[in-house]
Design a protein around this ligand. Structure first.
Ligand SMILES: [Zn+2]
Length: 144
């Protein structure tokens, strides 16, 4: 399960869903971060794919991704697409998850100010009309 951060209002832009990606976006709203794994060579793909980019097999299954990763690189997008104007400048980064997946996502909660190689966690950004995901600094969990 990944942490869910509630955001006010509507999402700047929601992705278009396909039959394949609907499972991913619905799971994200429940705190699930998933993608597809090849049953033939065990390679995980992100985003979810119907075929393996490594061995070209069409024998894929859903798998949970690790929520933790490190920042490989970052940038600050100043000339943003229109739906993101209120969020500009937009910090984005390439994150290497612990299970080997490399992905591009929005850096939230101050993650855009972290140095490279910092550990971050993938979080759900839950808006009124749907969910997006981003990378945030690791949440501090109180010790019991
Ligand atoms: Zn494969």
């Amino acid at each position: 399960m990944i942490r869910i951060i509630d955001r006010h209002g509507k999402a700047p832009k929601l992705p278009s869903e396909s039959q394949l990606t609907r499972w991913f976006w619905q799971g994200l709203g429940d705190g699930l971060f998933q993608s597809t794994r090849c049953r033939e060579c065990d390679r995980i793909s992100f985003p979810p794919r119907p075929d393996c980019p490594n061995c070209l097999a069409s024998n894929m299954e859903w798998t949970s991704l690790t929520r933790r990763g490190t920042i490989y690189t970052t940038t600050l997008i100043r000339a943003v697409p229109t739906p993101f104007i209120e969020s500009a400048p937009l910090p984005v980064g390439v994150i290497d998850l612990e299970d080997g997946v490399r992905l591009l996502c929005w850096l939230v909660e101050g993650a855009g100010r972290l140095p490279l190689d910092s550990t971050v966690e993938i979080v759900t950004l839950r808006y009124e009309d749907g969910c997006l995901f981003g990378a945030a600094p690791i949440a501090m969990v109180p010790l019991l």
